[in-house]
Design a protein around this ligand. Structure first.
Ligand code: FAD
Length: 477
């Protein structure tokens, strides 16, 4: 019996028919969300407990077989699928337990396979929220969100995933379990290990459980969609809002008319609520814990100033939950609209927020120079300076030819030159490893390789994600 056949038999016996999928049953797990990456796995392990995760990882370690953790498989950089055939995909989808929230500590313990939207629903009755929101929340899992250090639309107020994790339990690459499930904010007992696993993209171990930070549920909201003439106006009005009501802003999301057009044409059930279309749009949400805060009045005063200065052309304030949800859908369906339009190139960059106008102007010019007629669709998180600078090919052109890598390098290099990042919130996965090697200084990449080597000397945890595996020379992007 070959080592791999023996390993498959061991894992099948350990996990049972629900817990070990092979052959055609594994197909649904083997390609990434954008269908760009993936190789045939030996099988998909679906353990139901931390002990089973540890047993799977230990068996793979003993057999020298790579393991790639997989959550909801909504990651946009190809990190949750295999680079080479024959490895094991370890899906956390059966680990979905949610403990009762602890109101005094404002925390909750969950298993890694809990889907984000399910956590939101569970908390709805408790007067508490877990304030992470993103378009993929119906599928993305807590483990995946931690492993990618996800950001989303509320990061401006509540931080990224690393700011929302108090404690972690992780199965290490040799199968040992590290239990760091401490529900405390203050824990300076040496290196901040939990932060190391936030953003490690499954290359240092498998996150199995987490203690997450909760916040009081807002009791009032003001949500508005505004139409604006240009990017400098977006920045000016964003600055004005932050000065007037910064502590209440929970979302400050922008998109452009091209993106709106694609979403309206392709996504069912969207409606545009203003009479005239505009070049740019800003979705503003302000929330407060007390109904005594005059949110609507605060917002309207700032809006009036924005209209008077010409920063804002028009706007609508949601008057009920249905309208609020409809406004948010216009923003959340931006990725789906562009996906349904056809081929696209995604770039997830950040720059210091005050330089967003300069970045967008220079990047548009650069793209037009490289591929005349290219359709640029920047949208994202205004307050974080985080743009999804996504491209669709010129009208009637089938795609980007062989320009994709060069466009990615140039856009990433421009963001870096402005003091930002070529990988703002989606991580590196397999898609941006070469870009990271090119754009980050050698000591930074060497430090990462040293951490990887120290924790996973056999290089079996998700090889090829975040860092090239030593001795290989894959052209990932
Ligand atoms: P997966 O895709 O399954 O995995 C992602 C990475 O994490 C892989 O490297 C995988 O190996 C690793 N991993 C998964 N689970 C574990 C685990 N338990 N332990 C260790 N490693 C693990 N991202 C944002 O940050 N902000 C957004 O606003 C946003 N919007 C999105 C909108 C859409 C429509 C889509 C499709 C994606 C969006 N994303 C966004 C990207 C994506 O949703 C996030 O990266 C999310 O965190 C991935 O979670 P997942 O469970 O799907 O992880």
């Amino acid at each position: 019996m070959s080592t791999n056949t023996h390993l498959a038999a061991t894992l099948a016996a350990l996990l049972g028919p629900q817990g070990w999928l092979s052959g055609a049953d594994a197909n649904a797990y083997s390609r990434d969300w954008l269908d760009r990456y993936g190789a045939t796995p030996l099988g998909v392990a679906r353990p139901a407990s931390t002990e089973q995760v540890a047993a799977v990882v230990a068996a793979c370690h003993a057999a020298g077989v790579p393991v790639t953790p997989q959550g909801g498989n909504t990651g946009l950089c190809g990190g949750a699928v295999l680079e080479q055939p024959g490895g094991v995909i370890l899906s956390l989808s059966r680990m979905t337990k949610i403990a009762r929230p602890d109101p005094a500590a404002a925390s909750i313990e969950v298993e890694a396979g809990v889907v984000l939207a399910a956590l939101h629903e569970t908390l709805a009755e408790d007067g508490l929220i877990f304030p992470m929101h993103l378009g993929a929340e119906g599928s993305a899992q807590i483990g995946g969100l931690i492993a990618t250090n996800a950001g989303g639309s509320h990061a401006l107020r509540y931080g990224m995933m690393q700011d929302l994790v108090l404690g972690l339990e992780v199965v290490l690459p040799d199968g040992q379990i590290w239990n760091g499930l401490r529900a405390v904010q203050k824990d300076n007992a040496g290196y901040q290990l939990r932060r190391l696993f936030c953003g490690a993209e499954g290359t240092l171990g498998v996150v199995t459980r987490a203690v997450l930070k909760l916040y009081p549920a807002p009791r009032i909201r003001a949500t508005a969609l505004l139409a604006l003439p240009d990017v400098p106006s977006l920045l000016a009005f964003g600055k004005r809002l932050r000065a007037d009501a910064g502590e209440f802003i929970s979302g400050l999301e922008f998109f452009c008319d091209l993106g709106l057009d694609m979403a309206l044409r392709h996504v069912h059930g969207l409606t545009y609520p203003l009479t005239e279309r505009a070049p740019w749009y800003l979705l503003v949400e302000m929330t407060a814990g007390s109904p005594l805060v005059p949110l609507d009045a605060l917002f309207e005063a700032t809006l009036t100033a924005g209209l008077e200065t010409g920063e804002v052309l028009d706007g609508v304030l949601a008057v009920n939950e249905t309208q609020r949800a409809a406004l948010w859908r216009l923003r959340e369906e931006q990725p789906e609209g562009q996906r349904l339009e056809g081929p696209q190139l995604k770039h997830d960059v950040s720059v210091p927020p005050g330089l967003l106008d300069r970045f967008i102007a220079q990047a548009c010019e650069l793209c037009e120079h490289m591929l005349p007629g290219v359709r640029v669709n920047p949208f994202g998180h205004l307050g974080d300076g985080n743009t999804h600078f996504n491209l669709s090919p010129p009208l009637n052109a089938p795609g980007f030819g062989d320009l994709a890598p060069e466009l990615g390098r140039e856009i990433g290099a421009l963001a870096s030159a402005l003091g930002g990042s070529f990988a703002a919130e989606h991580g590196l996965g397999r898609a941006k490893v070469s870009l990271a090697d090119a754009l980050r200084a050698t000591p930074e990449r060497a430090l990462m390789a040293a951490i990887k080597q120290a924790i996973d000397p056999a290089q079996l945890m998700n090889p090829g994600a975040v860092l090239h595996t030593p001795g290989t020379n894959f052209a990932n992007d």
